[in-house]
Design a protein around this ligand. Sequence first.
Ligand code: C2E
Ligand code: MG
Ligand code: MG
Length: 576
Amino acid sequence: MEKKGNFLRQNSAQERMLDEFSYANRLPLWGFLVLIGLFLTGAILIQYTARSNGIIMISNQPVPLKTLTGAFSAICNVCVLSMVVLYKKPGFIFSVVILLAQYPSLIKQFLNQNYTSISGIFTNTFIIIASCIVYSFVHRAQLYQMRMRDQAVTDRLTGIANRFATNELMKYLIQRREKFAFVVIKFHNFNNINNTLGQQAGDEALKQIADRMTKIMESGSTGTKDFVATRKGNDFLLVIRDFTSEESIRNTIDVYLEAMSRKIIVKDVDFVLSSCVGYSVYPEDADDEQTIFDYAYVAMYNAKKANVSGTICRFSKDLLDSDNSVDIERTIRHALDNDGVFYNLQPQFDTNHKLRGFEALARIRDEQNNVISPVVFIPVAEKTGLVDKIDQKVLFDASKFIGAIVKKTHSDVILSVNASVRHLMRTGFVDEIKAALKESGLPANQLEIEITESILIESVDKAIECIKQISDLGVRIAVDDFGTGYSSLSYLNSFPADLIKVDRSFIITMNSSETSKQFVAAIIALGHVMNYKVIAEGVENQEQLDTLNQIGCDLIQGFVWGRPMDPEEAAKLIGK
Ligand code: C2E
Ligand code: MG
Ligand code: MG
């Protein structure tokens, strides 16, 4: 625990990020100054009214000014307690100092036989005691909150930051538009330790690696500002800031790799770990933390393919289409054979925030139980034909889950599932949908199939034929990622779609580029002319929501109102 605390304090990037979780630190300084001002004004008015023999008229009644002393005293007390509760230590210290500072004057008045000061002495004494009691409770609660906070961002085994902390840091940097590189380090042969010496030895090795990385980070020897973290399994993560060039990123990575390539001694046995590294760079590669994360993994899998320890690969868009995907393919096969394919549900809402339904999004688990994003595995699955099995699994599992809820609650939520066009055009897809509907009991009009526009265009006629068959079953059709393909009005016109999904890339730029905003407005108008509903994907903030409302968008999907979640959580949302 000592070590963790130390680590957290030493890393200013993480410290700042952690501070943002803390409610106390978010209160503005001006609030503190207002409370001080109120307190001082109250204190001056107490002195003035206590000594005054003046009279004021309230509702035509003469009232001695002295009677107001109690009211000003109450204001001062409220200020003191507010400072202690809201501003904790600084509030407490200021309150006690200022209350103690009043004693000499109060005692002097008492000695001069001005006995009205007795009530002041009593009030001050009691309010100091009350402040101490309140502060001790607030302080204990704050310590508890900090402990919880540290646990939430720390990996239990190694004591270094975890994936959640990394995500939060990346979000923080993106908010400030600060460039950074995100690096994933994976070991090829880590399982050798687990397999030969057992899990405990593996844990010991991970601790040693974490120690080495922490030492480098704290020494500042890389010349860049680094943040070290780990992820469940045995992946290590790095966020590199303040680099001057691609070369300086590489140099930093090299320093860490060198430390990791030195032998590790566990239970008197020497091991040399071989590693591969992938990284992506904000803002060049993507502008959200999730995509940056996924892209670094794409690069890492590419580096792993070389099977040479120390291979470093930088993400590039070509990698998404590259054939270097043997590892990912193996991971997908492993997941399919070991019940490692599952799904999350992301809610969709109308503009009044009423739940419309959920999109099922596939995930897989690799051998180390790490969750792999579809951005990484769907392109490979499509190429290898494995996507059919993934789509099928998600379709059957998600329909069964939502079908059971619908049966019980008569809810009208819609379940959207993604279908790869390869899968869609395979004979038997319509039968699959029929079987899923039958098995799950989900009404056909509560199932929606999402098809990506860009792939659609490649084989329009066949695709339209298949889509018509699905539509004839009463199942809804959505056109995914709309705007990213080469939209052809003529085919859209002959297309039995119900919903257009405006791609996230337009929503991101909508508020900074008038052209993007006009483009989204045009898609919405076009959709409405063709009798489609329009949903905006990837809506992340209130500003985007306001613009979408203003230009008449029908439905919303995005982190602003709901991230992809476990089915159980989604069930609770339906229950609400
Ligand atoms: P998609 O169908 O366009 O799904 C939406 C993606 O955007 C999801 O990413 C979702 O998590 C993400 N997203 C939603 N709202 C936000 C937001 O506010 N901000 C950000 N940054 N992202 C948001 P995910 O789950 O990584 O899926 C990526 C793509 O993988 C999907 O894009 C879809 O094309 C494909 N995919 C996912 N599941 C399946 C599946 O079961 N079958 C097939 N064939 N493809 C799938
Ligand atoms: Mg989709
Ligand atoms: Mg989409």
